[in-house]
Design a binder for this molecule. Structure first.
Ligand code: SF4
Length: 144
């Protein structure tokens, strides 16, 4: 069993209530091989919601509690705690099902694997969920 970003499985969980479904990921869910999760919804955020990006660092730095690093919406509100809460819920589920691998949506402040938005630019870095799952020994693959 693996975890996949819910939007990759065709669920309209993205900030703008769209998805980026991939047929092979949807098939994995249908056949019981993957659990679709959206960390931002698990963190209590609505859908649709303001697009969120990082200030002064990425998900790795946010989970470490680095000073001055936050995840802020286009509405100017700091959603860092929602992202952290959702990520902790994903980790709880991962432990419950003894998950060893996740396929996550790149570019997201939660699920990003190689690239995230920091200070208005798409740069190398990872999302909060990717950072925490990796720290707990879970292998991460990325899909756009
Ligand atoms: S990328 Fe992650 S946080 Fe964003 S909608 Fe998809 S599952 Fe949710």
């Amino acid at each position: 069993m693996i975890i996949v970003s819910a939007c990759l499985a065709g669920f309209n969980t993205r900030y703008d209530r769209t998805n980026c479904g991939h047929p092979e990921i949807m098939e994995m869910v249908v056949s019981g091989k993957a659990i679709p999760l959206c960390p931002e919804q698990l963190g209590g955020l609505p859908t649709p919601r303001p697009a969120i990006s990082f200030v002064n660092g990425d998900g790795n730095e946010l989970i470490k509690g680095a000073g001055g690093v936050s995840a802020v919406g286009v509405d100017g509100i700091d959603y860092s705690q929602n992202l952290l809460n959702g990520t902790n819920e994903v980790l709880r589920i991962a432990k419950m099902f003894n998950i060893k691998k996740a396929i996550l949506k790149d570019g997201s402040p939660s699920c990003g694997v190689f690239k995230v938005w920091v200070n208005g630019e798409k740069v190398e870095g990872c999302g909060v969920t990717t950072a925490l799952l990796k720290k707990n020994g879970i292998m991460i693959e990325a899909l756009e």
